[in-house]
Design a binder for this molecule. Structure first.
Ligand SMILES: [Zn+2]
Ligand SMILES: [Zn+2]
Length: 515
């Protein structure tokens, strides 16, 4: 399939559209005469035209939905020479594919109008291939992504979706469509990729089209101007990080509709119900996040005189008593076993080992690891600059083994990319990691090391470091400095983990019996 075949000859038909089915079929037949299956293709087109006429559907309205209706109809149509079409014909794998060919013929002929702004997208396909080369994609992945992009263009034309209206929901629909597209067929059998590959191809192509300004930038969150203003306030007034802003906005988007358009009409009952009436599937942490974000949102509105400041106190407290549970930690021996499970002969192993050592030795958060930049490493003084929460930068000493692992990764494992982040994906596009990727690599390392029945997540390294520091005699103040806690109260919880010290200060139970 060449690019040229996707490009409509223009929205204005070059010839007068004929309504005579016979002459239309004859015209189509001329274009197919050199193919061995010419007769089958013509028969499918004739059947389709007959069905359209029976349902009084004009040719100009034919799209993916009409073809789908045709594919599912209970056939009692009368064929050539008064012989009925066989309903079994419709079930043949290549039958609807042949109808798709006829629809493309009608599109190219100008009988069916396709959105004008799809033509520049189709012309971009060769440049898209070159773009993928520059990003470092392997040949196999490139081939999948380019054929996926061709498939999208074909599907967009058939679905009559213009580039102006294209968004993420359309990509999801594309990924899940019941594919009978003729360019994904070879001898009638499907050659198309699965839903996951189609989704990946769609997302990657949409990102490219947005970067080229061929498709407008749009997201669910950006559509609401209140959230755009809230993000700006969070970023510029509160100094929150990009990841925190994303979490807060996603949470606020859940209940903004329930809250109403006019902040002047907000009342305590609505505010309380947002926190208290939540699905039972939501965890305590999630409910806590709702309360925190709602409180922050109301503070933001109050700061802009949009609502009464007292409303902030209407948000119920959704938290457990402070320090109710012990921090979850694992023993230093198991930590070392998890770190040792990385295969340092591979780029992934080098990267994962460096990350695990930073988590274990410095107690970095997953977000800190993701945001770490090459300029944040001071090799001369063996120091690491970490931004941390609320962009409160701190300088941490870089331990020898963590520094060695970092150097080995940068020299031997890090892909050549323009990105300034230290840790990058090992496959193209070589983007920085997300916190969820850190959790995944920790889980993989635990499985490799055969460590089971211990707390999960990357945060456990942070808790384990603090616990072992307390148990080896470090003061809570020192622990708080390493963990970069703003308040000493946050560090107090680790006092509970020093079981030996607690046993020494415990008083005997009064009386002979505890009952
Ligand atoms: Zn029929
Ligand atoms: Zn398809």
């Amino acid at each position: 399939m060449t690019v040229r075949s996707y490009v409509s000859s223009g929205t204005t038909p070059t010839r007068r559209v004929t309504t005579d089915s016979a002459s239309l079929l004859a015209e189509y037949l001329k274009t197919q005469i050199n193919f061995p299956s010419c007769g089958t293709r013509a028969s499918a087109a004739r059947h389709f035209l007959y069905w359209l006429q029976q349902h009084r559907l004009p040719l100009s309205q034919v799209d993916a939905a009409v073809v789908e209706r045709f594919a599912r109809h209970r056939c009692q149509c009368m064929g050539h020479g008064g012989v009925r079409y066989s309903p079994r014909e419709l079930q043949r794998p290549g039958y609807i594919t042949n109808v798709g060919r006829f629809v493309i013929f009608l599109e190219d002929r100008g009988t069916i109008r396709v959105p004008e702004d799809l033509a520049p997208i189709a012309l971009r396909l060769p440049a898209y291939g070159n773009h993928l080369v520059s990003l470092g994609y392997s040949r196999g992945t490139r081939s999948m992504l380019v054929s996926g992009a061709e498939h999208i263009v074909h599907w967009l034309r058939l679905s009559r979706i213009s580039a102006q209206n294209l968004d993420d929901c359309d990509i999801e629909r594309f990924a899940k469509h019941d594919c009978r597209c003729f360019l994904c067929r070879k001898h009638g059998a499907p050659t198309t990729f699965g839903v996951a590959e189609r989704r990946r191809a769609g997302v990657t192509f949409l990102q490219y089209l947005r970067a080229c300004n061929l498709v407008p930038e749009r997201s669910v969150i950006d559509e609401d101007s209140r959230l755009v203003a809230f993000r700006s306030w969070l970023t510029h007034q509160c100094g929150v990080t990009k990841h925190t802003a994303v979490r807060y906005l996603a949470e606020a988007a859940r209940w903004l509709t329930a809250l109403g358009q006019d902040p002047g009409t907000y009342d305590a009952v609505t505010i309380r119900s947002i926190v208290l009436h939540q699905p039972s599937s939501r965890s305590h942490k999630s409910v806590q996040l709702t309360a925190t974000v709602l409180r922050t949102y109301l503070r933001y509105l109050a700061a802009n005189d949009a609502c009464s400041p007292e409303l902030v106190y209407a948000v119920p407290r959704a938290r457990r008593p402070r320090n109710a549970a012990l921090p979850r930690f694992i023993s230093p021996a198991l930590i070392e076993r998890i770190i040792a499970s990385c295969d340092t002969n591979t780029p992934v192993g080098l990267r994962d080992r460096a990350i695990l050592l930073l988590l274990a030795r410095l107690g970095l958060r997953a977000g800190d690891v993701c945001e770490l930049g090459l300029a944040d490493i001071n090799w001369g003084d063996a120091r690491l600059r970490v931004d941390g929460k609320n962009r409160r930068a701190a300088q941490l000493p870089l331990p020898q083994d963590a520094g060695d692992a970092l150097l080995a990764y940068i020299e031997q494992g890090r892909p050549p990319a323009r990105d300034d982040h230290v840790f990058l994906r090992v496959h193209a596009p070589f983007k920085s990691l997300k916190p969820s990727a850190i959790a995944c690599l920790v889980a993989r390392a635990r499985t490799r090391a055969g460590v089971e029945g211990v707390p999960t997540g990357s945060q456990v390294f942070r808790h384990s470091l603090a616990t072992s520091m307390v148990r080896t005699g470090c003061s809570l103040e020192q622990v708080g400095t390493i963990l970069r806690h703003r308040s000493p109260n946050t560090t107090v919880i680790y006092a509970k983990t020093d079981i030996d010290m607690l046993a020494r200060v415990a008083q005997p139970w009064p009386g002979d019996s505890s009952c």
